[in-house]
Design a protein around this ligand. Structure first.
Ligand code: ARG
Ligand code: ZN
Length: 849
């Protein structure tokens, strides 16, 4: 839907709602093309508002009738809603509208997926269901009646009645409309129960399409673990008689925390050893936890307006990371989170789409469900916790739940509870929420007369609309090691507040080796001239697992940069250090698998760009291949032993220990394949009885150019499992040679199973291309052109997914002029498309700058 003049919305223009809602009653008469929605809403004038103006949001609705206190009225209807003269006193609004779920391909509001009805209302989808003040600071209890010929009829809250062709639900907890949900269809459930710590029994269900019942058990266990963890760690108990989860195939995002009725992209809940990888299992556990944790951080306490999105998302991501760290390995979780943060958030923060964790303006809020709001938002909570300590954090959170239960709150409210609970002034800390961009932390050091001094200097480059940056408070965790490898100063939290600041440690016998920013204590880029010897030393001796990993990563980055920029050969010091690390059986296999990985191609491109060089994506890819080959050769005697040693003989379990062994063995298989041409990978493929082993082996074969037989066999085996078929589409692009990945991708879009209107399939295919830098940034512009063609096609069908995938282009300006010209042409072609959505218009305009 083209909006003639997209409006920019500003945080500074916030005004309280003119009317509050005391209660809502909704009746749905379901029909694929003509669903009738009857609403009865009790409005009361808001004492906190002077406006008195009655406005209800509404889009793509056909109003059948409207009444106020029983009297028929004729509202003024616009593209975005309606206005009407109303009494200056409490009144009852009744309306009937007609909507068309079958025609709703945008997957926002009420839509259909494989014959089942479902909803997605966050952020502003409820206005496509009925006329309503669709803003998060209007909270009300909802009663819902659903009428339709479906065996399963679900909504939020507790069931209050059901019969043939109808069901009624009541949600006693006041909530904003974005948390409304409805599901209807021919579904089957995987039931269980959970008894809360105060002894209330809660019915749990995972609802899926018939045939998927066998893929629910893992998700159910994850749900019960999450419920227990939130009681144990945050003291938060569940507050309804039922908790329902539904899996749908057509979904724009991962999942949604609707009160008592979470709706999941089926890829984020369905799991079985045969069809899901270890990584899938871990991700599913985390997402189930995330959505469950929203019940308190998001639902009981919600956001006043969408600028405050990080209030619920940053906190909930932080909580789900803590949960995963508790359930599995904390260091491995931390390292994986930082890899993801650098891959997505640093990239965003250092490009045209940079925005503060709490943005101060937007055109389309769906474009702000970003790595910055989510992942950097979570990092800010981690920093707060480091600054006030574990006890301070626990006190602040208790106060937050006490003080704001039932509120639509702000970042100011959030920071105030920390100030009140700990007595700490957070004025400077707030800059982390307001200033975009990743601080650079320059580090130098001196040693004299037993005193070691570290000097820090912070600077944040300008970002769009924010040229000047003020110094932020940065918690810097530091430890010092003796030249013999012993730790002389254990982890100490330094608090940097100025633009430049020094810290001293005295009484040292020799110049120590510093381990800086342990556990990645702040989301900054450390800049320090360090030697490869020092890095190899830290890789061998650092007691902080994150920095141990980081030392190897820094080494690899330098080596790759030297290879790309100066044509250097693979550095033998690096190969030695990696080999030693790999053979150290005292190290967690999962850690070793991570340490064996190279920095991403995008990371190398960004680093080169920062040093003033123009990155060549093909040269970066080539360097990675050369380095991998050198690693394989260097370690050739070790690889077969390691591979054999880490085969899992016990029955498959997706736990941390087994997945660590498989991750290491499969990382080793990747190197082995470079030596044996795929013989071992083929054996693994043929013997595999779980998806982790099968997919890893097929990936190796593809990379070796020996994948054709496995590709055919894989499709043959899995063609009826849509989530596995997504993997089939994706991996062929991911592991294609950059020279023909574009053609591979284009060929796959002609496959009969390329259902491009399904976001998972679209992302599996085109998204895989966007994530392969050498292919996507191919010098002739073919990658850009193919993606642009498909984004133009998808936009009228699904603006949200289109806009999100435009981020593939966000790094275009760092490349050479030929590539830039091709990228710019592709972006302009998208922007010139008639009737382009507001979502995509905003994204492409910002990317073009
Ligand atoms: N609140 C959901 C979650 O993080 C995400 C919903 C995103 N929806 C959207 N339209 N952008 O769990
Ligand atoms: Zn969330």
């Amino acid at each position: 839907m083209k909006d003639a003049s997209p409006q920019t919305i500003y945080l500074s223009n916030y005004t309280p709602p003119a009317f509050l809602v005391e209660k809502v009653e909704l009746t749905f008469h379901l029909n694929p093309e003509k669903t009738r929605v009857v609403s009865k809403i009790k409005f009361i004038p808001n004492p906190a508002s002077q406006s008195g103006e009655f406005f209800l949001h509404g889009e793509n609705l056909t109003l059948v009738s409207a009444r106020i206190d029983g009297q028929e009225v004729t509202p003024t209807i616009t593209e975005t809603g309606l206005t009407c003269a109303v009494p200056n006193a409490p009144f009852t609004w009744e309306a009937e509208v007609e909507i068309n779920p079958a025609a709703n391909t945008a997957l926002e509001g009420l839509y259909m997926s494989n014959g089942m009805y479902c909803t997605q209302c966050e952020a502003e989808g409820f206005r496509k269901i009925t006329y309503y003040p669709d803003r998060p600071d209007v909270m009300a209890p909802f009663s819902v009646r659903i009428e339709g010929p479906h065996p399963v009829l679900l909504s939020n809250g507790n069931p209050t009645g059901a019969g043939d062709g109808w069901a009624e639900w009541h949600d006693p907890w006041p909530k904003p409309a974005y948390l409304f949900a409805l599901v209807a269809g021919d579904l089957v459930n995987h039931p269980d129960t959970f008894t809360t710590r105060s002894g209330r029994k809660v019915d749990l269900n995972i609802w899926v399409r018939p045939g998927d019942e066998g893929k629910c058990a893992f998700g159910m266990e994850a749900l019960k673990k999450s419920m227990k963890w939130d009681e144990d760690v945050y003291g938060r108990e569940y507050d309804l008689d039922v908790f329902n989860i539904v899996a749908v195939d057509d979904f724009n995002m991962g999942a949604m925390e609707n009160k008592g009725l979470n709706i999941f992209n089926s890829s984020c809940v369905l799991a079985s050893p045969e069809t899901s990888t270890d990584m899938n299992f871990e991700r599913i556990e985390a997402i189930i936890a995330h959505e469950y944790f929203h019940n308190w951080t998001g639902n009981r306490i919600t956001c006043r307006d969408w600028f405050q999105l990080c209030l619920k998302e940053g906190l909930t991501v932080f909580r789900d990371s803590e949960f995963t760290a508790d359930m599995r390995s904390a260091p491995v979780k931390r390292i994986s989170d930082v890899i993801a943060l650098r891959g997505r958030q640093f990239r965003e923060d250092n490009g045209p789409l940079a925005h503060p964790v709490r943005p101060d303006s937007f055109v389309e809020i769906n474009n702000f469900y970003t790595a910055t709001v989510y992942e950097k938002g979570a990092e800010l909570i981690g920093m707060l916790k480091r600054l006030v300590g574990d006890d301070g954090y626990a006190k602040a959170l208790d106060l937050y739940f006490d003080r704001h239960d039932g509120d639509a709150a702000t970042i100011e409210d959030w920071l105030k509870v920390f100030e009140d609970a700990t007595g700490r002034d957070l004025t400077q800390f707030k800059r982390w929420y307001e200033q975009a961009g990743t601080p650079r932390l320059k580090v130098t050091d001196d040693f004299k007369d037993g005193t070691y001094t570290i000097n820090f200097e912070q600077e944040t480059p300008p970002t769009p609309g924010q040229l000047r940056k003020d110094p932020r408070v940065i918690p810097i965790a530091v430890g010092l090691l003796n030249p013999n490898g012993d730790e002389v100063v254990p982890t100490t939290m330094l608090e940097m507040t100025g633009a430049k600041q020094s810290f001293s440690f005295d009484g040292l016998a020799a110049r120590p080796v510093p381990s800086i920013l342990r556990d990645f204590s702040a989301p900054v880029i450390v800049q320090r001239d360090s030697t490869n010897d020092e890095r190899a030393f830290l890789l061998a001796h650092d007691t902080d697992p994150f920095n141990k990993w980081e030392a190897g990563r820094d080494l690899a980055r330098d080596v790759l940069i030297g290879m790309v920029r100066d044509g250097a050969a693979p550095d033998d010091g690096y190969l030695e250090a990696m080999h030693a690390m790999l053979r150290d059986d005292s190290l967690d296999p999962a850690f070793r698998a991570l340490a064996l990985g190279l920095p991403s191609q995008d990371d190398i491109a960004q680093t080169l760009h920062e040093t003033g060089a123009t990155p060549d994506p093909q040269a970066i890819w080539d360097a990675g291949q050369t380095l991998r080959q050198a690693m394989a050769q260097k370690m050739q005697d070790t690889l077969p032993r390691l591979y054999a040693q880490h085969q899992v003989s016990a029955p498959y379990a997706p736990d941390a220990q087994q997945s660590g062994d498989r991750a290491l063995a499969n990382a080793v298989l990747g190197l082995l394949t470079r030596l044996d041409g795929g013989a071992q990978a083929q054996r693994q493929y043929d013997a595999a009885d779980n998806m982790t082993q099968q997919l890893a082996a097929w990936g190796c074969l593809l990379q070796a150019g020996k994948g054709d037989a496995a590709t055919a066999a894989f499709f043959d085996q899995w063609q009826d499992d849509r989530l596995v078929v997504d993997k089939w589409f994706s991996l062929q692009v991911v592991h294609a040679d950059p020279a023909d990945a574009v053609e591979t991708c284009a060929r796959l879009t002609e496959h009969p199973d390329f259902n491009w209107k399904n976001p998972n399939r679209f992302r599996a295919t085109l998204g895989a291309l966007a994530m392969s830098p050498a292919a996507f940034h191919r010098a002739d512009g073919a990658g850009y052109a193919l993606l642009a063609d498909w984004l133009i096609r998808l936009d009228p069908v699904n603006p949200q997914t289109t806009a999100r995938m435009c981020t593939a282009f966000e790094t275009w300006a760092r490349y050479d002029s030929t590539r830039q010209a091709h990228a710019k042409a592709a972006l302009e072609r998208i922007l010139e498309t008639p009737e382009l959505s507001r979502d995509t218009t905003e994204m492409v305009s910002r990317i073009l700058g």
